[in-house]
Design a protein around this ligand. Structure first.
Ligand code: CAA
Length: 282
């Protein structure tokens, strides 16, 4: 199945990163965001990312030019024509995603694929809102998208083999390695990662160590690129809390209960790196 023209909905950090790796793979990308400023920022971020790769000698100038020429920006997905695949990468709000999927169902050509970068909402439920649940799939990229190797693919209850195989090939063309997960809360990565980050919050709350010692212990003791508290700040404490709540509610086990300190930081507006303060100050 052709995957030459993709629409990426949401021009934030994730959407821009997805668009960038798709452009590097030679795909035509229409980047969509209702927020004009956000759309311009996303396009600038992509161009800066491509330029940096040229400066590092990882992309040649002709490919950079071709990639920039392959990028179009729109404030509505309806302006994009002949779309093979849509990848939705907006904030984790189920109503919003559902509305976007209803629109994408009309925009993407018949037989085309609707993918979502959700980290926590059931693919099966999003798919059920469309007229083509067999063509809906989870395509979960990791942050920062241009650097991280993995794309988690999530098959909803109705996802067809053709949809899965097409999206797996497209992810591989973008230079990514894929794994496939069943459609259960948190999928694979967040099912394992978020409890670890949450446990680091409990360790801090109980005074087991300072934030620096907890992070250094895990960084140097288990060879992780970032300590868990620094990684939580990097992901966003509001996002970590949201996913922890999804695991707790969806799996119904008290072992997933969000740490009260994490909740308190979010209540205080300390969302991590993006707000200037989390477990650390930025
Ligand atoms: N965009 C593009 N490139 C970036 C980047 C970004 N935002 N951040 C770093 N890089 C590049 C740098 O340019 C550098 O490239 P070169 O090697 O070509 O020079 C390379 O990445 C390494 O960067 P740095 O030397 O600046 O710093 P680092 O070695 O500490 O790496 C990091 C930074 C890649 C972010 C690393 O700390 C890391 O891997 N951290 C963990 C990230 C992680 O676990 N992400 C997953 C989060 S979970 C998730 O996303 C799922 C979810 O649903 C919550």
């Amino acid at each position: 199945m052709a995957t030459e023209h993709i629409v990426v909905v949401g021009a934030g950090q994730m959407g821009a990163g997805i668009a960038q790796v798709a452009l590097q793979a030679g795909l035509r990308v229409s980047l969509v965001d209702v927020n004009k400023d956000g759309l311009a920022k996303g396009a600038d971020r992509i161009k800066a990312g491509l330029k940096k790769l040229v400066e590092k000698g990882k992309l040649d100038a002709a490919k950079q030019q071709a990639a920039e020429a392959n990028l179009a920006t729109f404030t509505s997905a309806r302006e994009a024509k002949d779309v093979d695949v849509a990848i939705e990468a907006v904030t984790e709000n189920e109503d919003l995603k559902r509305r976007i999927f209803l629109e994408l169902d009309e925009v993407v050509r018949p037989g085309g694929i609707l993918a979502t970068n959700t980290s926590s909402i059931p693919i099966t439920r999003i798919a059920a809102a469309t007229k083509r649940p067999e063509s809906v799939i989870g395509m979960h990229f990791m942050n920062p998208v241009p650097v991280m190797q993995l794309v988690e693919l999530i098959r909803g209850a109705a996802t067809s083999d053709e949809t899965y195989n097409t999206i797996r090939s497209m992810a591989e063309r973008m230079g990514k390695t894929t794994v496939v997960s069943k459609d259960y809360p948190g999928f694979i990565v967040n099912r394992i990662l978020i409890p670890m980050l949450n446990e680091a919050c409990f360790a801090l709350m109980e005074g087991l160590g300072t934030a620096e010692d907890i992070d250094t212990a895990m960084k140097l003791g288990t060879n992780q690129p970032m300590g868990p508290l620094q990684l939580a700040d990097f992901i966003g404490l509001d996002t970590v809390l949201y996913i922890a709540e999804v695991l707790h509610k969806g799996l119904g086990d008290s072992k997933y209960r969000p740490c009260p300190l994490l909740r308190q930081y979010v209540d205080a507006g300390w969302y991590g790196k993006k707000s200037g303060r989390g477990f650390y100050k930025y």
